[in-house]
Design a protein around this ligand. Structure first.
Ligand code: GAP
Length: 435
């Protein structure tokens, strides 16, 4: 069963995954900072995406483009004209809302007034700022609302320098910014977030086949990393739901505590973006196919996921409560590749001779994995903490270790314990953990 959101918010704060941002100043609503465990989890999510989408493939390369780009990029992409949400304002308390997010279309959820809303007005979602010291319209620039456009404007640069032929993809992971009217649900919808996007360029007559291929690949990615199949759904958009650039889109939805909601969109973007950037920049972004002697503008299939939402889904999916010998055990059964700490080293005593061995063991493990040496509290409490943060293995150093030069290795999921010689510890763990 999926836990409720508060359970995960509390665990995240208590254990150091995610903190409300600017907390000592009273907080900045909807902004979050990732603590020591959260930063590892988020990085592991992004690393897994990068490994499978870029490193292990011959047909995809990476890029890291600027957050602030020429303002014309956002004119060509259609964002300046149409990246907005409708907004109503309560004329009594002056709070603003998205009409489609209101429980009651005629009642203000803050002050309770009825029939106090203005007519909806379009509210632009891009963050604007000024480039340079002078605040003037001609110096207006935007923080990117998606990483995708940084890929399109570099299509020719990358294709030429990486010497790629169609079909091939360009991937990017990075921060995006949207001035969301209703940021909500912890790290699910925030104004600053990270995207993992890949634009796959292909021949127009092959684009439907590649679309189906990427839907399948992305499904396998989530399942392989442990998301339960019953919590994942692929939903095709109806015609009236499609974005201005797309002819087909699937939402990858996860069963969040509040219902099905989007983790990723997989869109058939046709040749919309390359054509638009060719037109606005005056640069030819077509492709010459040496095999068929044809010149054309490639079509694009785009899997676009949010790293933060995906991390939240992995946390929710991994959360288990079990009964062990009449006591409740909370355990995050995160896939080993995602677990923030892979091995905990736990001394049974703080005595010098034990701590010396602990340091030796830790030094052996550190080059391979993210580890933690935990010396505080009783061993039972330390196991519970490691279970709760999803650490797959705990290595205990005890007084017997001083005689037999062996340690106890405890498995998070089975709670089984093996006695392993210190000289064989790295090999033992290597068989069980990704390096
Ligand atoms: N380039 C296409 C694009 O940006 P999108 O559906 O608007 O498509 C892709 O965004 C993904 O980015 C979403 O599926 C979601 O996971 C993530 N995302 C979008 N807005 C977000 C927000 N305000 N907070 C957190 N993640 C967000």
């Amino acid at each position: 069963m999926t836990p409720d959101l508060d359970t995960i918010v509390n665990l995240a704060k208590k254990r150091g995954f995610v903190f409300p941002s600017s907390e000592i100043y009273g907080g900045l609503r909807s902004a979050y900072d990732y603590g020591p465990l959260g930063v590892e989890l988020l990085r592991n999510v992004k690393d897994e995406w990068w490994r499978t989408m870029v490193r292990e493939r011959d047909d995809v390369v990476g890029i890291d483009s600027a957050v602030i780009q020429a303002p014309q990029v956002w004119v060509a992409s259609g964002h300046v004209a149409s990246f907005s949400d409708p907004l109503v304002e309560c004329q009594v308390c002056h709070n603003r809302f998205r009409p489609d997010k209101l429980d009651d279309a005629n009642q203000c959820p803050v002050c309770g007034s009825r029939d106090s809303f203005t007519e909806p007005k379009e509210f632009h979602l891009m963050f604007r700022t000024n480039m340079g010291p002078v605040e003037a319209d001609e110096n207006t620039v935007y923080l990117r609302p998606e990483t995708a456009q940084g890929i399109f404007i570099n299509f020719e640069n990358v294709q030429r320098t990486a010497r790629k032929r169609l079909p091939f993809g360009i991937a990017q992971i990075g921060k995006s910014f949207r001035n969301e009217i209703t940021p909500e649900k912890f790290i699910f919808r925030t104004r600053e977030f990270e995207q993992m996007e890949m634009e796959y360029f292909c021949r127009p007559d092959e684009s439907d086949r590649w679309f189906d291929y990427w839907v399948e690949e992305r499904k396998n990615w989530y399942l392989d990393l442990g998301i339960r199949e019953e919590n994942l759904q692929f939903r095709e958009h109806d015609g009236d739901e499609l974005s201005h650039y797309s002819t087909r889109t699937y939402d990858v939805d996860y069963q969040f505590p509040w219902g099905w909601d989007e983790l990723e969109g997989i869109a058939h973007r046709t040749d919309f973006d390359l054509k638009a950037h060719s037109e606005y920049s005056g640069q030819d972004l077509s492709y010459f196919d040496p095999e068929t002697d044809e010149r054309f503008v490639p079509h694009v299939v785009e899997p676009a996921a949010g790293a933060n939402r995906t991390a939240l889904a992995f946390l929710l999916d991994a959360y288990h409560v079990e009964e062990v010998r009449g006591e409740e055990r909370v355990v995050l059964k995160l896939d080993r590749r995602l677990a923030p700490i892979k091995v905990a080293v736990l001394p049974l005593s703080k005595k010098d001779e034990i701590m010396k061995v602990v340091e030796e063991v830790a030094d052996q493990l550190r080059p391979h994995w993210a580890i933690e040496v935990d010396v505080t509290q009783s061993i039972g409490r330390r196991y519970r903490r490691q279970d709760e943060i999803g650490t797959p293995y705990a290595v205990t150093v005890d007084f017997e270790t001083l005689d037999d030069i062996e340690v106890t290795v405890r498995d998070r999921d089975t709670m089984g314990q093996d006695r392993i010689p210190i000289s064989g510890l790295v090999d033992h763990l290597t068989e069980r953990l990704p390096i």
